[in-house]
Write a protein that binds this ligand. Sequence first.
Ligand SMILES: Cc1cc2nc3c(=O)[nH]c(=O)nc-3n(C[C@H](O)[C@H](O)[C@H](O)COP(=O)(O)OP(=O)(O)OC[C@H]3O[C@@H](n4cnc5c(N)ncnc54)[C@H](O)[C@@H]3O)c2cc1C
Length: 503
Amino acid sequence: TQVLILGGGMTGLTAAYTLASQHNLTNYTIVEAQPFLGGRLYSVPFGLNPDTGGPYIVEAGANWVHGLANNATGAVNPIWSLVQQFGLETSRSEDGIPPAFGRAGQVDVADAWGEWTAAWGRFLDLGRERQHRGLGDMTARAGLRIAGWEPSDYVHRSVEFWNFDMESQQSPDESSWFEIANNHYYTYHDFSDEEYLVHDPRGYVTVATGPYHSLPLAKQGKLLLGAPVTELHYSPDGVEARLQDGSILNAEYAICTFSVGVLQSKAVSFHPPLPRWKSDAIDGFSMSTYTKIFLQFSTRFWPATEYQLHASSRRGYYTQFQSLDAPGVLEGSHVLFTTLTDEESVRVEGLTDAEVQEEVLDVLRGMYGTVNVSDVTAFYFHRRAFLALEVAAVADVEGRWNSNPYTRGSYSNWPASYLPASQKNLRAALDARLLFAGEATSYEYLGFLQGAHLEGRKAAESVAHCLAEEGKRGCLGQDWFEDILAGQGTKQQWQRRGVDGVE
Ligand SMILES: Cc1cc2nc3c(=O)[nH]c(=O)nc-3n(C[C@H](O)[C@H](O)[C@H](O)COP(=O)(O)OP(=O)(O)OC[C@H]3O[C@@H](n4cnc5c(N)ncnc54)[C@H](O)[C@@H]3O)c2cc1C
């Protein structure tokens, strides 16, 4: 095979589609560890739809289109284009102040929300301004403090968690100020500040699988499902992948799309061992977990709003509840889901379904009154599908977003200590043959589907270029920083070095 595409998520499938449709390169093989395509896009049947007698389809993985289109500049989020191309059902998510409840009923969060909104605007502006002046990065916590945000009580901390952690999955203390400001700018300023929830019976996974499956069969390359890669051997002559079942695949080029969490877990070994500049770039990044827990009830006992906030003295303890039982969404479904992140996500992955359900019900009883909480008719806490030959005992412990050996988390987050030059190294190819692509290698759209999509497209274009140019003038985009020096990698320094700009 000419090209190995390692991983069949958004990045890998976009790379396949780009090779076949734009460059007429069809001699490629997609190698996917799990028994299905889509990776962190995971649409799953849930509960009972009384209108059809069948289940609803809910999204255990990615669910929103973040940022749509900018009418003034003509910039369009490519994920929004795909959603429109396939006619997926969506609805705009509310962005106002949600009704809020504590252990004993309603809580007023309006003042804290107003303070947050003002500070957040300053945080974004100052982050961009300081970066353009060449100043050093700090934690988002420092940036928020400089912007005037000091959460003094559990109401303020809940408002902060809702507005910050629910997007970045990690706290301001663990996140980069500059990267959060950039990420926000590229998506919510360059596209738009809208967020659309996808709730289509075909599943959001269609944005990844749809284009690939629309290729004529002869252009779909070879597809290996349930085929974990355990070793990658690379040299200036090509790449060899060894699979768990002992088989060996050779190719001129390979595009590795495994998540940063998977690369950090060392489940795939590299031969020769990764150079220090590459392993530092992988180990220095962050991958966190975002967990949705779905419940269907016999009646709807919560307000008709899309969102409800649970204000708890314990940071991030079931802070967000989201109703799918709304006009234009899954009206009449009585389906609610709640979201946890980071340490709380990892904690509940160690509990049984019954224990998690009891925790959620206990919170809901505090919010809405014990007598009002109706019976649970369906419950789903994400666990990936397993091949029939995989034993049930393994399925019990290894199927959640963090514990799944093929995801090891939900999406990446940029720590304050990480420099732009390090991300360049995360992305750089080894021996100009083994490329790396995924949501984490996108500078502008880190974490988002549009990042995965654009990185898949760019990697395929690089490979197509390399194949066309082989023996002439080498490949594009293979530069890296051998040593990351203190203070290196600011925009100004990159320009002085004549390396690609970061914007
Ligand atoms: C719970 C959750 C919520 C999210 N919400 C949103 C959202 O609302 N909007 C948004 O834009 N983004 C969201 N994201 C992020 C988005 O899903 C990801 O950015 C995107 O799907 C990543 O695509 P990828 O192809 O880079 O990686 P992946 O989807 O992880 O694809 C990599 C593939 O490699 C495979 N693989 C791993 N190891 C091996 C191996 N050893 N051998 C062979 N194959 C292997 C994996 O099985 C996987 O299929 C969310 C993610 C999660 C998990």
